[in-house]
Design a protein around this ligand. Structure first.
Ligand SMILES: O=C(O)[C@H](O)[C@@H](O)[C@H](O)[C@H](O)COP(=O)(O)O
Length: 250
């Protein structure tokens, strides 16, 4: 598998617009090839800006939204509708504006879900939903595109440096004491991230430049910079603005 492909954009608005166009094309291609498309959304500013750009795109309706499987890479363990949930931001930015099939929007449960205030049980429930969708293929579906933001500490999803979830082989885990608030989350793990055909790491702003450098450097310890372990089966893209790319060589 070849290394990550880096694409640098003049600013974060162009990054969001270009990533949105790329996402629409990937969804349309997947649907032409397999009838459906499976995408994994991320929280955070960069990821949400891509969704808003998709909603604003003239090409938005080139895809059949009723045949898009929507998953999340991570979620804050908050009740439905809570403004801190990644789902809340994704619905406001895109999902409330396109005709997705509610049965194909797979949200990560919160404390108001069937397992109550038990993030471990909620993570296991999500893992079971992933396994059911995978068919005979394995633990998770072959996601067409899995999008990730990146933190200044090079975390992706809710996989933070030095935390136990980095080594967990289960498809999804509960995360406690997250250094990025809120403290309790659910996250896909590396085996799930790496099941995706394409992984896209989205980064905008100077605060991400060091993390991006670490994530792309040869031999970076994934325990120190989890983004260094964010790789897709077929392709990995780092979609950056110039500020986030500022510390890259060349
Ligand atoms: O739940 C979350 O907080 C996100 O999933 C997280 O992984 C985010 O993508 C990064 O922290 C980047 O966030 P920004 O793009 O807002 O810097």
């Amino acid at each position: 598998m070849s290394g990550p492909v880096v694409l640098v954009h003049r600013d974060q608005d162009l990054l969001a617009a270009a990533a949105a166009a790329r996402l629409l094309t990937r969804i349309a291609d997947a649907q032409a090839a397999r009838g459906t498309a499976s995408v994994v959304l991320t929280g955070g500013g960069a990821g949400t800006a891509v969704l808003a750009a998709v909603a604003a795109s003239p090409a938005r309706d080139a895809v059949d939204w009723a045949r898009v499987e929507v998953w999340w890479g991570d979620e804050r363990f908050r009740p439905a509708g809570d403004p801190e949930r990644n789902e809340t931001g994704a619905r406001a930015a895109l999902l409330d504006h396109v005709p997705v099939d509610p049965a194909r929007v797979h949200v990560m449960p919160g404390p108001d879900g069937p397992d109550g205030d038990d993030p471990d049980a909620a993570a296991e429930r999500y893992a079971a939903e992933l396994r059911a969708a995978a068919g005979t293929g394995g633990a998770v579906p072959e996601f067409d595109v899995l999008m990730l933001g990146i933190g200044p500490d090079a975390h992706v999803a809710s996989l933070f440096p030095g935390m136990p979830g980095l080594r967990d082989e289960r498809p999804a885990v509960a995360v406690r004491d997250s250094p990025k608030p809120p403290p309790t989350r659910i996250s896909l793990t590396f085996p799930s991230l790496r099941a995706a055909r394409e992984v896209w790491v989205l980064a905008a702003g100077a605060s991400k430049a060091e993390a991006v450098r670490f994530a792309l450097a040869e031999g970076t310890d994934v325990a120190r910079a989890p983004a260094a372990g964010a790789r897709g089966r077929d392709r990995t893209l780092f979609l950056l603005d110039t500020a986030a790319a500022a510390e890259l060589p060349g």
